[in-house]
Design a protein around this ligand. Structure first.
Ligand SMILES: [Zn+2]
Length: 347
């Protein structure tokens, strides 16, 4: 029998006719008589069972045929894409070879000579080496940086944990003097325990200012992201804005220290910066008057100046910041932490 599309078509047609016939056929009960060791046994195959058997055979064969079709289509497309991939690999390889061989030979053909293989291998090895060297020197730089950072942290008395706690302070949360000290991260778990035994940790906490610069105040703008009242743009507010409640405009140093800045600044207006111990500084801005000068040693009784409206400001208020290693932290949370330490030390 010759294979041709016409033949195939006639086969398919006869097959579909057979299938249709088996599907719709009017099955009759069949009786079978079997002889088993001299006895005659009667079996009956009901029409329903025959129909069920025929139809399920058709369905199963159909599913198998369909799966085979899907499988062959899938493997065909897989083979095609693999061939495409191989071709592109080959192109990349050729490009690589021609780029390394460029300087050597103009009429370069696509088979590799032994010399070219060696050149290629050397190029690859050189590249590999330079990448490894780069990684190694970067690693050294990073670990040196870490060491410097670590020394800095150690000499500033700040442990990693405290730095983390201070830096992770959420920008939200209004000040409440009687407020819940329970929300203080240092109150919870291990850190509080450590506080009792770890001397350097205690020193860190002693370094934090333990009072606010105004005795009776209200908060007009909190630490964190806010829309600037003048520009309308979103800014990170690096401090808190405080207004006097009792009409007392005196601004006090929040901790003993040395004045490192006392001058007019375009944005901050009249500004005082005091350096305390352990890399902690406090900043007071928009002051009406400056009552201290650089180099002055100040205590917490010292009036630094009066609340004002100098510089880039919308009204009379004190902009107050606390900086740890130059990094602004949430002043109220830091002060609350210090107050907590004072509290347990005084017990
Ligand atoms: Zn402010």
């Amino acid at each position: 029998m010759r294979f041709s599309p016409l033949h195939l078509f006639s086969h398919v047609r006869s097959l579909s006719r057979t299938v249709r016939h088996l599907w719709v056929r009017d099955y009759q009960d069949v009786k079978l008589i079997l002889e088993q060791s001299g006895d005659l046994r009667y079996f009956s195959i009901p029409a329903g069972f025959q129909r069920f058997f025929a139809r399920s055979t058709i369905v199963v064969s159909g599913v198998v045929l369909f799966s085979l079709l899907v499988l062959s289509v899938t493997s065909l497309s897989l083979a095609t894409s693999r061939a495409r991939l191989e071709r592109s690999h080959e192109e990349v390889f050729r490009a690589l070879i021609s780029s390394t061989a460029e300087s050597q030979d103009a009429d370069y053909d696509q088979t590799l000579t032994e010399e070219q293989m060696v050149t290629l291998a050397q190029t690859i090895r050189d590249r590999d080496m330079s990448i490894r060297r780069f990684v190694e020197t970067s690693m050294v730089a990073v670990s040196e940086e870490n060491d410097t950072l670590k020394t800095q942290l150690e000499t500033s008395g700040l442990t990693e944990k405290i730095v983390k706690i201070i830096q992770q302070n959420s920008p939200n949360g209004g000040f409440n003097v009687d407020g819940d000290l329970q929300s203080n991260p240092l109150m919870r778990g291990k850190v509080a325990e450590e506080l009792a035994t770890n001397r350097s940790l205690r020193e860190v906490l002693y370094a934090l200012p333990g009072r606010m610069p105004i005795s009776n105040f209200s908060l007009s703008s909190d630490f964190g992201i806010r829309k600037h009242p003048l520009t309308g743009k979103s800014h990170f507010h690096t401090g808190v804005d405080l207004m006097s409640e009792a009409g007392d405009d005196k601004i006090y140093a929040v901790k003993p220290g040395v004045v490192v800045m006392s001058e007019f600044h375009n944005q901050y207006g009249n500004t005082v910066v005091i350096r305390h111990s352990n890399g902690v500084e406090s900043l007071y801005a928009h002051m009406a008057q400056l009552l201290v000068k650089v180099g002055d040693k100040v205590t917490t009784d010292k009036v630094l100046g009066y609340i004002g409206n100098t510089g880039f400001s919308t009204g009379k208020h004190l902009h107050f910041e606390i900086l740890v290693g130059g990094y602004p932290v949430n002043p109220q949370k830091v002060i609350r932490t210090a107050q907590y330490v004072q509290q347990i030390e005084n017990k």
